[in-house]
Design a protein around this ligand. Structure first.
Ligand SMILES: Cc1ncc(COP(=O)(O)O)c(C=O)c1O
Length: 421
């Protein structure tokens, strides 16, 4: 009898039968534990603290209800993410609106729903917000996104703070920043609260975060000298997770300690007056709790490779194509066999680049066995695309031997409903 993988106490064969494949599977206890780890460890005697879940990592009503139940706030970057948070019942005072090019429609939607926390990314956005807040007579709490100009050691597509980054205002532009804050402060409808920075994603080195903190506190000290007071500092997300055995992420407990202790140290050093520290983990909340289940289809051998084809690919997980992301996998219906089959796991999309795992040793498999790819919980579902008009897989949460459907599998009717006939 071949050993079948269980997630959350449910055999994956049962999940495949009930929901079909490809299937995004989340271990609900693991999601909740990650939230609790952040809640319990990101606490401090000196600073007030707030943890925002970066919902771009994985957003749907079921996930944001869970986030709300666990007591985290939510950051959103688009109308869709905003509407999802609102529909999930996240209180408007716990929604923070990010984005480098928010449209008037998005801003109006936020104002109409009393969302009041905005991260301003640039000068023009500040002016637009000022006008729209005045017209709506709504008071906005504003933090300014600063580019701290730190190059984190991660793939260039997930670096966000190099000198030419599209995000935020360079911290070297002090005159411009002061002018912008004064502009914000001149509005009776805008309250300037502080600064935001985010240095990238999947970052392993604690030194990168310490550098960010040192840079931001010294910048805040210079701002205070110019008469700008800053009560809040948001340090973004970016905490690495385990994809393969090459990855050794810093545990959540430790990264929280590193951040808070560096903030305390820098506050004393620079004699600044920050009272609240915020962070925005996305990947590290959703990533490891999620896996993708595929059915193995055909396989073929070429002069230098043996391909294993699955019934999904770059439409349900674009990350390997986008930035050479690496994953681990198992034949979920033959867990105890030795992993001696060297294969290239490829998807079914019409692109030669549609390779999920270029080279991996797996257990013996046949057509119709199931393949599980681990740690796909962040930026998998949320980056889904309909290339080749593939249908979006379902999402399920599993917990204590039970599964619940969180997002239905897309149907042909769903796919075609916007097409004008
Ligand atoms: C502003 C901001 N905050 C938070 C995040 C979340 O990053 P991660 O999922 O790596 O924690 C991102 C990701 O790009 C971001 O741009």
């Amino acid at each position: 009898m071949k050993k079948v993988l269980e997630i959350g106490g449910v055999p994956v064969t049962r999940l495949a039968q009930k929901y079909g494949t490809p299937l995004y599977i989340y271990d609900e206890n693991q999601l909740r534990n990650q939230c609790q780890k952040y809640k319990q460890n990101f606490l401090d005697d000196v600073f007030s603290t707030e943890v925002l879940y970066a919902s771009k990592a994985f957003s749907c009503i079921g996930m944001l209800k869970l986030i709300k139940e666990e007591g985290l706030s939510v950051d959103v970057v688009s109308l869709g993410e905003l509407a999802t948070a609102i529909q999930a019942g996240v209180s408007c005072s716990h929604i923070y609106f990010h984005g480098n090019n928010k449209t008037p429609e998005e801003i109006q939607y936020a104002l109409d729903h009393d969302v009041c926390h905005f991260f301003v990314d640039n000068q023009q956005e500040a002016m637009l917000l000022k006008t729209m807040a005045k017209n709506s007579k709504k008071t906005l709490y504003v933090m300014l996104r600063i580019n701290p100009c730190i190059e984190a050691h991660t793939h260039e597509y997930i670096q966000t703070a190099n000198i030419d980054s599209k995000f935020g205002i360079s911290l070297y532009l002090e005159e411009e920043i002061v002018r912008l804050i004064k502009e914000i402060q001149s509005s009776p409808f805008m309250i300037f609260e502080g600064f935001h920075s985010h240095i990238g994603s999947q970052i392993f080195e604690k030194e990168a975060f310490e550098k960010e903190i040192e840079t931001m506190f010294s910048f805040i000290a210079r701002m205070e000298e110019r008469g700008i007071s800053c009560s809040k500092l948001d340090l973004g997300g970016g905490f690495a997770i385990h994809y393969t055995d090459h990855d050794q992420p810093i545990p959540v407990e430790q990264i929280c300690k590193v951040i808070l202790s560096a903030c305390r140290h820098q506050q004393i050093l620079h004699k600044t007056h920050v009272d609240t520290i915020l962070i925005e983990p996305g990947r590290s909340i959703a990533g490891e709790a999620g896996s993708t289940l595929y059915t193995i289809g055909f396989s073929k051998t070429t002069p230098h490779k043996r391909y294993l084809f699955v019934d999904g690919g770059m439409s349900d997980n674009i990350r390997p194509c986008l930035y050479q992301a690496q994953y681990d996998a198992d034949v979920a219906t033959n867990m105890e066999a030795v992993k001696d089959q060297e294969v290239c796991v490829a998807g079914k999309c019409c692109e030669s680049g549609d390779i999920l795992i270029p080279n991996i040793k797996l257990q013996a498999f046949d057509s119709n066995d199931l393949l599980i790819v681990y740690s796909t919980g962040a930026y998998g579902f949320s980056m889904f695309n309909n290339y080749n008009r593939n249908l979006r897989p379902a999402v399920v949460f599993v917990k204590d031997g039970k599964s619940s459907l969180v997002v239905k599998r897309e149907t042909i009717e769903d796919l075609l409903k916007g097409d004008v006939r």
